[in-house]
Design a protein around this ligand. Structure first.
Ligand code: G4P
Ligand code: NA
Ligand code: NA
Length: 189
């Protein structure tokens, strides 16, 4: 998606060799028109896949997942991040480590929001090592729903997340792939 590449060049900054600050377009400020274009792009790529539901993880995945769900005309379900004290039998819960934050969090979806009949499109804003994605995939598997594919706004292709998912046979579509952030420079793949 050329427009997104342009916006990344204009409005993001390289924090280190592996982290790109995108507060102005993804993590704090959102451009509705640009996010709507993301939704059209994901919806086009998965138009023939019989998607019944879009799923993401709060919080930064929600805008692109919302526009995708809107274009496809299906509901959006977002996994919550919560500290769990007791196991709730009505909730799918998975513990995921976060590479950037150095902590573990629990992501959860209430069981009634996923069913065996669902064909899921999982949308996320950024993929790094893919830990959050793997957690959400485990939840989808446990529900008996089918994962039709994954849509990622920004794939950091120099980290393993996207590659590992593709190696498992999962279809992963990224709007932008970043090959490197070395020396403070953004290089697209
Ligand atoms: P992973 O799931 O692919 O392994 O990624 P990781 O654990 O490293 O991600 C932890 C959080 O950091 C995620 O946000 C992810 O989107 C974000 N993140 C990872 N790399 C980058 C980066 O280069 N730039 C930016 N801006 N964010 C990055 P989250 O915990 O899901 O929080 P939220 O933003 O959705 O609230
Ligand atoms: Na994020
Ligand atoms: Na996210």
């Amino acid at each position: 998606m050329e427009k997104l590449k342009q916006r990344i060049m204009e409005q993001s900054s390289v924090l280190s060799n592996d982290v790109l600050r995108m507060d102005a377009i993804i993590n704090q400020q959102v451009d509705p028109a640009l996010t709507m274009e993301m939704g059209h792009e994901f919806a086009n790529r998965y138009a023939e896949d019989g998607i019944t539901k879009v799923v993401t993880v709060e919080s930064s995945g929600i805008p692109a997942a919302f526009t995708t769900a809107y274009v496809l005309g299906v509901p959006l379900v977002f996994a919550r991040r919560k500290k769990t004290l007791i196991a709730d039998p009505d909730v799918y819960c998975e513990r995921v480590p976060s590479f950037t934050k150095g902590i573990v969090t629990d992501i959860m979806i209430s069981k009634p929001f996923l069913s065996k009949e669902d064909r899921i499109l999982f949308i996320d804003d950024i993929i790094a090592n893919g830990d959050a994605a793997r957690g959400l995939i485990r939840i989808i598997e446990r529900s008996g729903a089918t994962l039709a594919g994954i849509g990622i706004v920004v794939e950091k292709a120099f980290q393993a997340g996207g590659k590992l998912l593709r190696e498992q046979g999962i279809r992963v579509e990224s709007l932008v792939q970043i090959a490197s952030l070395d020396n403070g420079e953004i290089t697209f793949k």
